[in-house]
Design a protein around this ligand. Sequence first.
Ligand code: LCS
Length: 395
Amino acid sequence: MKTLGKATQAIHAGEDPLARPNEKSGTPLMPPIYQNSTFRFTTAAECAEACTNEESGYVYTRWGNPTQQLLEQKLAVLESGEAALATASGMGAVSTALLTALAEGGHVIAMETLYSATHHLLNEDLVSLGIETTFVDATDVNQIERALRPDTKVIYLESPTNPLLKLVDLGACAEIAKAHGAITIIDNTFATPCGQQPIALGIDVVLHSMTKYLSGNGAVIAGAIVGNKQFIARAKTGALRNFGAVISPFNAWLTLHGIATLPLRWTQHCKNALRIAAFLETHPAVAWARYPGLRSHPQHELAKRQMNGFGGMITLELKGGLSAGERLVNRLKLCALAVSLGDVRTLICHPASTTHSLVPTEIRRQTGITDGIVRISVGLEDAEDIIDDLGQAFS
Ligand code: LCS
């Protein structure tokens, strides 16, 4: 059968149109929420069987719940993976995936600029578990090859990266990893399944902070892991269940609402961001603006080849540096000064003092996360209104 389009998948995948409360009733059009922590059994034998046999059904929501599962089925289809897990947060997805891939220890090669909590996890928290990470500039895949060690188990990527919007050639990385027997993991939060299909390019595991574009409404903290059945089963019965970063049924249900409109929102985020990036690039107050859809982006050709749309994130540096950035955000009226991204509202923040403050200053400077940069998550307002707000704040 022909693969359904993303907009159709986002609405229908994973949903059972025939699941009726009883034989005479119709089907709830929006899947109902199972907001319960535990499940009741009639006999001791039934309960014991359910607790010991993974296939036998729901027992306890930390182990699985129909609302979580529906979301997971949808995520697997959207990311073209075999299976998926929903988690309590993006960091729940990052830590669960890393703890699963590195259960027996090992070495990690990671992109040098990552979301700061992920950098901290690799650079500090996992070190105490004996896991060592080498950070490289993975925009040059030769640097990954040179960093390989016999015990390298994981190559960890973001593309586009937070906050510098650097891209990584995912197909080339996957080839290097496969030849070495390492697992590739990518955080696909900035691209979404609409903007990039890493598994089709050979990547093994895809992560999301669903707090961002997937839910899109600024109402939940949630994450996702997509991969093959074995990896997802190990994560589900191991790190997820026992470290406990499980999504609540309510947040899973809210995320399902969000995903239904993701393809439509993605198209509009991309359209708005391209217009605003073009405005910023030529504005006299701006030293440089980086957006994968601009010809001036050093990896624009890779973006065209690897992505479907260039996303809603723009990073820029003002000629007046940090103080000009502070004046800009203080004067904005429509755009909100807030961390997070992928919201329907335009959000603007100063990475060095907020989202990336966990990265040591020296590493921030070395990797280009300078004190003067500002990050914009372009929302779904009318592009002219966002441009007017930025224009009045510049002046
Ligand atoms: N991965 C990426 C690429 C992120 O940007 C974030 C959060 C996470 C993972 C963690 O997701 P969470 O646990 O918060 O759902 N990024 C944020 C940011 O740039 N501003 O505020 C949060």
